[in-house]
Design a binder for this molecule. Structure first.
Ligand code: BES
Ligand code: MN
Ligand code: ZN
Length: 525
């Protein structure tokens, strides 16, 4: 793997546009060429061109994602300006800043420009720190390149320097701090993308455990990764059943981050870690089966979130739980008709070996609840039905707690990770009934996202949210996600969930004042 990756350097230049020095300057502009007169005059004063004329002739228009690259003339301290359209002022929101930053960074990189300066003043409407953070997130996310397996040298250039132009020295420290936080979060998302993109022969359960251990040990977390033997000793029948058809040993990964006080909130994030889902004996069709290497996107999301939460020093106690194995068919594989005794005192009839995720998650959720947590969130590429219901731009959420459910949806909104609540009506329960055991592992095709969640609900005894990211974790055939949010990749893993889960941890601390007793009250609302 020789794909060139550069670390994005962050810095601040204090001063007016007149004394700025840059290879490229990014200026935000609203519909109708709406930029402040001061900025237009300043650029016109330092260049051989007339921005005012370009606005008048509508060459600089300001429609969302439209851009105009202008060279100011050789030998000028600012060599070029890229005007990035933000659309109508009445329809302006933070995520647009991420989008245009990504677009600007990619456009400049294509022109072999290695440095990008951002005129923070042109992005009105938000505090400068907030803008700087969003710009950094968009840039870091937008510059992401997937690893290519090749012996050939990557000759492409990297844009590796992001500079913020701020008007006064007072802003320097807070802007830099906010930008660093943005970079931390976005880098974690990129880490998640890398993991989910890795092929199944590279990213095995043991590889995932090694990566998790690296994160844990570099951030002072407690770490455990049980192998088949320990999982057998614990009698985690769900994980054992699914892993039986594969030569790869399963892992049960536990990462414990102690960021909060001893009376602070305790949460568990559980991620589905099927490193390849062939469907097992209930084999999937050959077409696009290769995509099922991303069936561990939930696990990747949890791993990367643990990293982000620790690096941002969010004062919460958080347990990351990743049950992981392959779902393959061999002579030892579990079969339709098998009955499995779960880690919980429940028996499940396997009616479809392709409904494997819930078996893994049920064991992990039950274990997480035993750890005396205040609430549990699981994130999983769980059902094709969720993709049919909500498409690729919206994740499904199902929950037994209204407050927690609202909280996670709101956490996602700040980063344009959209979620929509799907029902957990008891009426659906009949679909996962079987005369043979307590539960069947599949309720068939109708409302399959909901019946999967109903299955999981049987294994939790406290506030819980289930997030189905089968549609949002990956971009392939249609690039509509990329179209709406150009900081997402055109194809491959999106890193969905890292930002929502990180913000959720922050919001929980804020709402509860860092006290689990307070949180308990909120969870009763
Ligand atoms: N990993 C799949 C779900 C999936 C589908 C993820 C498409 C991403 C894209 C899951 O294990 C699965 O196979 N689910 C089945 C369940 C069914 C057998 C009840 C499904 O949704 O078809
Ligand atoms: Mn499956
Ligand atoms: Zn699966």
């Amino acid at each position: 793997m020789k794909t060139k990756r550069a670390d994005l350097r962050l810095s601040v230049q204090v001063g007016k546009l007149d004394d700025a020095n840059a290879k490229a300057l990014v200026v935000g502009v609203f519909s109708g060429g709406d930029i402040s007169d001061a900025i237009v005059d300043a650029i016109d004063a330092i260049s051989n061109v007339s921005i005012r004329d370009m606005i008048a002739s509508k060459e600089i228009g300001g429609e969302f994602k439209e851009y105009t690259l202008v060279h100011l003339g050789t030998g000028k301290p600012v060599e070029r300006v890229i005007f990035m359209g933000l659309g109508r002022k009445s329809d302006y929101y933070l995520d647009k800043i991420r989008s245009v930053s990504a677009k600007a960074a990619r456009t400049l990189r294509k022109s072999r420009v290695t440095e990008m300066m951002v005129c923070l003043e042109s992005f009105t409407g938000f505090p400068m720190e907030i803008v700087a953070q969003a710009v950094t997130e968009g840039t870091e996310l937008g510059l992401f390149r997937q690893y290519k397996y090749s012996e050939r040298e990557d000759k492409r250039v990297a844009l590796d320097s992001l500079v913020f132009l701020v008007p006064d020295a007072e802003r320097e420290a807070p802007v830099l701090q906010a930008a660093r936080e943005g970079k931390t979060l976005a880098a974690a998302v990129n880490r998640c993308r890398d993991l989910a993109n890795l092929p199944g022969n590279v990213l095995t359960p043991s590889y995932l455990a090694e990566q998790a251990e690296k994160v844990a040990s570099s951030h002072g977390m407690d770490f455990e990764a049980w192998g088949r033997k320990e999982i057998e000793e614990k009698q985690m029948g769900g994980i054992l059943a699914v892993s039986r058809g594969s030569k790869q040993e399963p892992r049960f990964i536990i990462m414990k981050y102690h960021g909060g006080d001893s009376d602070g909130p305790v949460a568990a994030y559980v991620g589905k870690g099927i490193t390849f889902d062939s469907g097992g004996i209930s084999l999937k069709p050959a077409e696009r089966m290769g995509h099922m290497k991303y069936d561990m996107a939930g696990a990747a999301s949890v791993l990367a979130t643990m990293k982000a939460v620790a690096e941002l020093e969010i004062p919460i106690n958080l347990i990351g739980v990743i049950p992981t194995c392959e779902n393959l068919p061999d002579g030892g594989a579990y079969k339709p008709g098998d009955v499995v005794r779960m880690y919980a005192p429940k028996h499940v009839e396997v009616v479809n070996t392709d409904a494997e995720g819930r078996l893994l998650l049920a064991d992990a959720l039950y274990w997480a609840c035993e750890q005396d947590v205040d609430f549990v969130v699981d994130i999983a590429t769980l059902t094709g039905g969720c993709v049919i219901a909500l498409g690729t731009m919206v994740a499904g959420v199902m929950s037994n707690n209204d407050w927690l459910c609202r909280q996670i949806i709101e956490s996602g909104i700040t980063h344009e990770e959209k979620m929509w609540r799907l029902p957990l009506f008891p009426e659906y329960r009949i679909q996962v009934r079987t005369p043979v055991a307590d539960l069947a592992n599949s309720g068939g095709r109708p409302a399959s996202a909901s019946t999967a969640a109903l299955f999981l609900q049987e294994f939790v005894d406290r506030p819980w949210v289930h997030v189905d990211i089968a549609g949002t974790a990956w971009i392939e055939e249609d690039n509509s996600q990329y179209f709406h949010q150009p900081y997402l990749p055109k194809r491959g893993a999106t890193g969905w969930g890292v930002r929502t889960l990180t913000v959720l941890a922050q919001e929980i601390v804020e709402a509860s004042g860092g006290k689990r007793a307070e949180l308990a009250e909120l969870l009763k609302l």
